[in-house]
Design a protein around this ligand. Structure first.
Ligand code: NAP
Length: 291
């Protein structure tokens, strides 16, 4: 029997993810707040663009979402027009948004009351990972719900893991963002130091990337950092949203994350410089700022 999937939120990430499902033969129907994107998607993938969330989800076996933040999740999941009120009983809801663990737990509870399963499934790998179907997906759910949704998520992931109960996917993504925050600041300081020392910065990177300083950020971002190019990648606004979630969770669980808190402030400086949509590697620009 053919599986029907609804996909809500066709942004930079959602658009290609929904595309991979359609390319794999899944019957995909989509909804996007800005309808034009849904129509473009439907034309590209021979899928169906629906006019409301209710019409998108009411016959779907799986409902995928990839929107912005907690408040957006409340808008699309809750209320009489939302996913939970209109999904088919027994359906599995999979949320790829990076959001708080608290909202995941709340939505899972609301879903359960309607005999629906909920999986928090934030991703890492960025636009390129989504387009290539090579995302890392960190899930929190009941094991049975994960087993059901796994074959579908495999169409756009290279690593897919169940981390624990609902909320565990979001908490794992927080660990990822905390690790990245300190790393990007460290790399920014290192490259800035090399510039100030009037070294051949590219040569420095070439040498040290073969040793213990090597990282994904160094490999994939040092070149554009040296060139001062930031119109790509993962936006500073998104990172600040994610770090706010991390700081809130740390307040609850008692973790001490002073560097992440500081780097969050540094990203505030980058926003002040007009860098809201710049890639997170733009932290180096506030060090270069003169005066
Ligand atoms: P994006 O391009 O801005 O797309 C956001 C999508 O959500 C759009 O389709 C938008 O609709 C929809 N949306 C937002 N608020 C909504 C609301 N209140 N009601 C209905 N639809 C709403 O963002 P993205 O880059 O795809 O990111 C999506 C999520 O993935 C975020 O949580 C982000 O943190 C996470 N993420 C992103 C990356 C990345 O590299 N971009 C990497 C990992 C994780 P409209 O088209 O109408 O605006």
């Amino acid at each position: 029997m053919k599986v029907t999937a609804a996909f809500i939120g066709l942004g930079i990430m959602g658009y290609p993810m929904a595309g991979h499902l359609a390319n794999a033969g899944v019957e995909v129907q989509v909804w996007n707040r800005t309808a034009a994107k849904a129509n473009t998607w439907a034309a590209e993938y021979q899928g169906k663009a629906c006019e409301s969330i209710a019409a998108t989800v009411d016959n779907a076996d799986f409902v995928f979402t990839c929107v912005g933040a907690d408040t957006d999740l409340t808008e699309v999941y809750e209320g009489s027009d939302g996913i939970i009120a209109n999904a088919k009983p027994g359906a599995v809801l999979v949320d790829h948004t990076t959001a708080s663990a608290g909202i995941a737990e709340k939505l899972a509870q609301l879903a359960r009351a309607r005999n629906l399963e909920f999986i928090d499934a934030p991703v890492s790998g960025g636009q390129q990972g989504a387009e290539r179907g090579q995302l890392t997906i960190m899930c929190g759910s009941e094991p049975d719900a994960f087993s059901q949704a796994k074959p579908l998520m495999e169409h756009y992931s290279k690593a897919l893991n169940l981390m624990g109960p609902v909320g565990s996917g979001q908490k794992t993504k927080m660990v990822n963002q905390i690790a990245i925050a300190g790393l990007v600041q460290g790399l920014s300081e290192a490259l800035h130091f090399a510039e100030q020392a009037e070294l051949d910065v590219r040569k420095v990177v070439d040498v040290i990337s073969k040793g213990a300083a090597q990282s994904w950020q160094m490999e994939n971002r040092s070149g554009t950092m040296i060139d001062g190019e930031f119109e790509h990648g993962f936006a500073v606004d998104w990172m600040r949203k994610d770090l706010a979630i991390c700081l809130e969770e740390a307040r609850k669980n008692g973790a001490r994350i002073p560097v992440a808190a500081l780097v969050d402030q540094f990203y505030g400086d980058v926003q002040q410089m007009g860098g809201n949509r710049w890639d997170t590697s733009s932290l180096i620009q506030r060090l270069r700022k003169k005066g």
